[in-house]
Design a protein around this ligand. Structure first.
Ligand code: SF4
Ligand code: SF4
Length: 150
C-alpha cells in the first residue's frame, strides 16, 4: 500500500510540470544549428576536389565533374547513399568551399533502399529548404557566388 501511494505521489507531482515530449509529427522539433542531419549541397561552390569522397569512412559519396570553358572544374553528378551514411560530418569538415553541409532534415524512412540514394538536385533542394527555414543561419547571397554560415 505504501509503495502504491509513493508511486501515485510521483505521478501527481509530474502533472503540473512543463511537458518535454512533442506530439510528433504534428509538432516538429526545432533542432540546434549544429544538428547533424541529412546533407545539403551547393553545386556552384563545388570544385570537384574529391576530398569529401576520400575521407568518407563508408564510401557513400560518388561524384564526377568536368572542366568548363574557363578551365574551372564544375560538378556534374554528386550522389550520397544514405543507406550507409553514418552522418559523421567528416565530409563537411574537409570541404574547402562549404559546398556540402549538414542540415536539420532527418526523415528519410521509406519502403525501398533505392530512395536512400539522393542526388545533387535533391541535396540542392534541401539547401533551398534550409535557407527558407533558417534565413538567420545562412549568408549565401542570391546567385550563390559564395556561401558561409552565419
Ligand atoms: S556524413 Fe560521414 S558517412 Fe556520411 S557522407 Fe559524410 S563522411 Fe560519409
Ligand atoms: S563537396 Fe567540397 S569536398 Fe566534396 S568535391 Fe565538392 S568542393 Fe570538394
Amino acid at each position: 500500500m505504501f509503495g502504491f501511494l509513493k508511486g501515485l505521489g510521483v505521478t501527481l507531482s509530474q502533472l503540473p510540470r512543463k511537458k518535454v515530449t512533442l506530439q510528433y509529427p504534428d509538432v516538429r522539433p526545432e533542432w540546434p544549428e549544429r544538428f547533424r542531419g541529412v546533407h545539403r549541397f551547393i553545386p556552384e561552390l563545388c570544385i570537384v576536389c574529391h576530398q569529401c569522397a576520400r575521407i568518407c569512412p563508408t564510401s557513400c559519396i560518388s561524384l564526377s565533374g568536368t572542366r568548363d570553358e574557363n578551365r574551372k572544374m564544375r560538378i556534374d553528378t554528386f550522389d550520397i547513399n544514405f543507406d550507409i551514411c553514418i552522418l559523421c560530418d567528416l565530409c563537411t569538415e574537409v570541404c574547402p568551399t562549404e559546398a556540402i553541409l549538414m542540415s536539420d532534415t532527418f526523415e528519410l524512412a521509406d519502403y525501398t533502399r533505392d530512395s536512400m540514394y539522393l542526388d545533387m538536385h535533391w541535396l540542392y533542394e534541401n539547401q533551398l529548404r534550409y535557407e527558407r527555414a533558417h534565413p538567420d543561419r545562412v549568408t549565401r547571397p542570391a546567385g550563390g557566388e559564395q556561401a558561409g554560415e552565419a
